[in-house]
Design a protein. Structure first.
Length: 180
């Protein structure tokens, strides 16, 4: 990271990341993402109500996944930055073999966010952090996960959180999330 990024991020910030909700939102997300600067949804949203619920917490950046309807008003790929950290978001990123190395040559980002597999994945390649937060829907996996990115002093770290007890006691603070 450059000195200018360090200066921008000395105070630190947090970003919530989720994917593959498929129309379902675990209430623990509202507690986990509380105080986040923004939220990224890496596709397979399911219905626009999910985004409206997440916007109760923080501004949301979202992309369409392979199962989302084409009329969902989100792009398939998103390149944006937040406080000097560059994010690239797409639903599917190949992670086998040397795929991530080749991917870093094509994308200019500090963080690459993706979903699709429903399996959490965190790896740093050539200085780029690759993060798949897993899935909220339990389709193909036995748990529900989401991630938090923390930036402090220009250092970008990611933690994947299991959203089911006992690791994460559910505490609903946003009643609108019930029944989504």
């Amino acid at each position: 990271m450059t000195d200018s990024k360090d200066a921008l991020n000395d105070e630190g910030f947090r970003v919530g990341v989720l994917s593959d909700t498929h129309g379902r939102l675990n209430g623990a997300v509202f507690t986990l993402f509380e105080g986040a600067d923004c939220i990224f949804h890496a596709g397979d949203i399911g219905k626009s109500q999910i985004i409206r619920e997440l916007e109760l917490i923080a501004p949301v950046h979202a992309i369409r996944g392979n199962t989302d309807p084409f009329d969902l008003p989100f792009p398939e790929v998103l390149d944006t930055s937040h406080k000097g950290i560059r994010f690239h978001v797409r639903h599917l990123v190949p992670t086998s073999g040397r795929s991530l190395e080749f991917f870093t040559m094509r994308v200019d980002a500090d963080v690459v966010l993706f979903g699709h597999t429903h399996a959490p994945f965190v790896e740093r390649v050539r200085g780029t952090l690759f993060l798949n937060p897993g899935a909220i829907s339990r389709c193909r996996v036995p748990t529900e996960t989401a991630a938090l990115i923390t930036v402090r002093g220009g250092e970008v770290t990611a933690t994947v959180h299991d959203l089911v007890p006992p690791e994460f006691p559910v505490r609903l603070r946003y009643p609108a999330a019930v029944g989504v």
